[in-house]
Design a protein around this ligand. Structure first.
Ligand code: FMN
Length: 232
């Protein structure tokens, strides 16, 4: 294809996608300012509905604020466990955040004043969240390519986080991003390794024509490079 990247560049894109992991174990250290700027630039080049660019990033600098955010997450972790009922103990054994160990902690929020953005959101207002999620995914992939791990933590009460960070009323925190050097990347999603959940077969999620009709595309099996398939 005339507009395609060179073959090794294509491989690198797929490699970043397949080897990106949600990380909860970090090796301390630091993220060089140049690298952090590049990662935020990558985030800022994400698509967004009506080009509204609803993402805002707050870099947490002080230990006291980081500890307060950690405490918020820990409170929510316990409430989540309770809400899970039968799986409470299993959930409590999972590691679901690395707030105190990651080199950098970034909070991503949705901007204030979003109601004036109607383009693409009149019937689907949640497209602001979808757009900010694209930015986070860009950051995540770029971080993986730079050899840095990232974890998205959403176990928190947004009202508590808003107060801690002095957010305007109509802004909304959506992610605490733990970012930094790691010893190793997990070979497969940690929740899969811990047998909490498994990746669904793609063929069960792609339909032809209408809901539920199996797609022809997968009749011969997946077209993925076998070296990228996760261990079973
Ligand atoms: C919107 C969103 C919120 C998430 N929140 C959390 C979280 O609070 N704690 C956590 O451990 N993982 C969280 N994750 C990470 C998922 O658990 C992880 O993406 C999933 O298990 C698949 O693993 P992988 O990202 O390594 O492929 C979140 C991921 C997304 C996309």
């Amino acid at each position: 294809m005339a507009q395609a990247f060179a073959a090794d560049e294509v491989d690198a894109v797929y490699r970043a996608i397949h080897e990106r992991r949600d990380m909860r174990h970090f090796a301390g250290g630091e993220v060089a300012p140049d690298v952090l700027r590049r990662l935020l630039e990558a985030a800022h080049h994400a698509p967004s509905v009506g080009f509204m660019q609803p993402w805002r990033f707050i870099r947490v600098r002080g230990q006291a604020l980081r500890q307060s955010l950690h405490d918020t997450v820990e409170r929510e972790r316990v409430l989540t466990a309770r809400a899970l009922g039968q799986r409470e103990d299993e959930f409590m054994r999972l590691k679901v955040q690395g707030l105190l160990d990651a080199a950098e902690l970034l909070v991503v929020t949705l901007a204030d004043g979003r109601e004036k953005h109607i383009f693409g959101r009149r019937t689907l207002p949640q497209m602001d969240l979808a757009s900010a999620s694209c930015a986070i995914q860009n950051l995540w992939l770029a971080a993986r390519a730079e050899g840095l791990g990232m974890g998205w933590v959403s176990l928190f009460d947004p009202a508590e986080v808003s107060v801690l960070l002095g957010l305007p009323d109509d802004a909304e925190p959506i992610a605490l991003l733990c970012l930094g050097p790691v010893h190793d990347f997990y070979e497969e999603p940690m929740l899969q390794r811990e047998r909490w959940a498994r990746r669904e077969p793609l063929s069960a999620l792609v339909f032809d024509e209408c809901w539920g009709r199996a797609a022809d595309l997968f009749a011969d099996g997946p077209s993925i490079n076998p070296s990228l398939v996760e261990p079973t």
